[in-house]
Design a protein around this ligand. Sequence first.
Ligand SMILES: O=C(O)[C@@H](COP(=O)(O)O)OP(=O)(O)O
Length: 269
Amino acid sequence: MASKGKTSCCCGPKSYQIVMVRHGESEWNQKNLFCGWFNADLSDRGRQEAVTAGKALKNAGHRFDLAYTSVLQRANKTLDGILQELNQTGIPIEKTWRLNERHYGGLTGLNKVDTVAKYGEEQVAIWRRSFDVPPPPITPDNPYYDVILNDPIYKDGPPKNEFPLFESLELTIKRTLPFWNDKVVPQLKAGKKILIAAHGNSLRGIVKHLDQMNNDEIMKLNLPTGIPFMYTLDKELKPVPGGSLQFLGDPETVKKAMDEVANQGKAKK
Ligand SMILES: O=C(O)[C@@H](COP(=O)(O)O)OP(=O)(O)O
């Protein structure tokens, strides 16, 4: 059975636990489109993945004090689905654009396999997984430019003059980490058990930070949809031995799901 957010003894907290999950499959994941800041809904499979994730967390004995999510409905609905299974829909939830997926710029709305056919696997791999090479900026002729810029989900930020037109993983981390440090860390240290429902790349940024991965190591990580993972952290918020990226699923299923994500950017065989 999972312990509370903090395990403690007379000398203070020994370790902290936090659970994170990439949202269930979205309608745009299903169509294999670059999505980024577009507010795609969950697919039927994605909704089911949220229920399955909630059941798995319940069976493992997890209970949460609060949750964080992006302002994108695919993450919000995944969180709701999980909390419903846990009978914990009443816990405080904070939504922030800082946990959004990276902004996929001019790639937004393009099919990933078609993009491979046009630009090659190597270029698409660089756009998807490199640390500091951003995609091209989104321009007003992109059908989703206005939809994203004027979406009311962004009424509380970011300010229009800071609204991104593209993001590399590096830029994504620059706006995600301040939220982690200012909001998540104090709550963790206060012993709160936290659930974060977010996105493939915003979570890759947090994983890179926690595991102090270098820029090459993080390139190889593909987070599957809808499979929660836990970190057990020491007092310095460094993972304890064996405490990194502990998926709540059998290793074979997790590997298959990770390979599926990696293959979304490969040419059709
Ligand atoms: O924006 C997108 O297309 C996917 C990630 O795509 P890849 O970086 O895996 O291509 O984001 P998510 O489904 O996690 O919100």
